[in-house]
Design a protein around this ligand. Structure first.
Ligand code: SAM
Length: 288
């Protein structure tokens, strides 16, 4: 099939004209509540496919395929895509817009309630998504905490969220999300995406962030649950000293004093100054 024939059979969805045509033809009213902002820029779709280093045969989980814009880019690159979509109206429309792509499976449902190992089966896979912004953090955390065999996690997110994901200790945006993302992955902002790349245009700037999932977390800790409890408590009350924030987070006073001393961390420091390694040391001191 040459490019012209391809464009007739499978017009590129990532364009303003084709997207508007699909919206009209299927009478789609986009839902703000479901975070529906559809991509209309082929260059951005290609950028996500490239950042995920898609090779023919790769297994990819897509979250929220919408009308199939990114799904098509992934499928064209030869990936076997499993896409989970919450909007009940969309699977029937996707069956039309992605007709002929036998490497795409649509799974209706909420990604936060989906049994991902059951739909992906055994073996490594990649995640690619233009995430619904109203639940970006819960989705990222759910994917990371489950220790799924994900190698690459490449997503469109609000710029401000991406800045928190890559923030380093001491910066204003460094918080529990930064620690969690950097504990599990190596994140890198790869593309700036202006509002005009979507229909409707969101009110915020977006970026594509590529997170390469680490084979083992950035720091070895005795108990992951305690590690994240400490991190959550430390950032729970940002203006307090670490000792007070930990007490406020439910750790008993004596334990806080002993753990900080054992980990050789100054109790008057603030949580936002601690590196991942220091959080690890502190959490381990609570476990010993
Ligand atoms: N992938 C398409 C694109 O790039 O144009 C659509 C992206 S749009 C920002 C987010 C999509 O996620 C929408 O199709 C929306 O219906 C879907 N969605 C929202 N919440 C979801 C959830 N909890 N689980 C699965 N999909 C969800």
């Amino acid at each position: 099939m040459n490019d012209n024939e391809k464009e007739v059979l499978h017009p590129t969805i990532a364009s303003r004209e084709v997207t508007l045509h699909i919206l009209k033809a299927f009478g789609i009213h986009m839902s703000k509540k479901l975070g529906q902002n559809f991509l209309i820029d082929k260059g951005i779709v290609d950028g996500i496919v490239e950042a995920a280093e898609i090779q023919p045969g790769d297994r990819v989980l897509e979250i929220g395929p919408g009308i199939g814009t990114l799904t098509q880019g992934l499928a064209e690159a030869g990936a076997n895509v499993t896409a989970v979509e919450l909007d009940k109206k969309l699977p029937a429309i996707l069956a039309e817009t992605l007709k002929g792509y036998d490497n795409v499976t649509i799974v209706p449902g909420d990604i936060l309630k989906t049994d991902i190992p059951a739909i992906m089966g055994p073996g490594a896979f990649k995640v690619a998504a233009n995430l619904p912004y109203y639940i970006t953090t819960p989705i990222l955390m759910a994917l990371l905490e489950q220790h799924l065999p994900i190698t690459h996690l490449v997503t469109m997110v609000q710029k401000e969220v991406a800045e928190r994901m890559v923030a380093k200790p001491g910066s204003k945006t460094y918080g529990a999300l930064s620690v969690a993302v950097q504990y599990y992955t190596e994140p890198e902002i790869v593309l700036d995406v202006p509002p005009r790349s979507f229909i409707p245009a969101p009110e915020v700037m977006s970026v594509v962030i590529a997170c390469r999932v680490r084979e083992t977390p950035a720091v070895a800790v005795r108990d992951e649950k305690t590690f994240f409890r400490v991190v959550k408590a430390a950032f729970g009350q940002r203006r307090k000293t670490l000792a007070n924030a930990l007490k406020g987070g439910g750790f008993p006073k004596e334990q806080v004093r002993d753990a900080l001393e054992h980990a050789a961390i100054d109790p008057t420091r603030r949580g936002e100054t601690l590196s991942l390694e220091e959080f690890g040391r502190l959490a381990d001191a609570f476990v010993s």
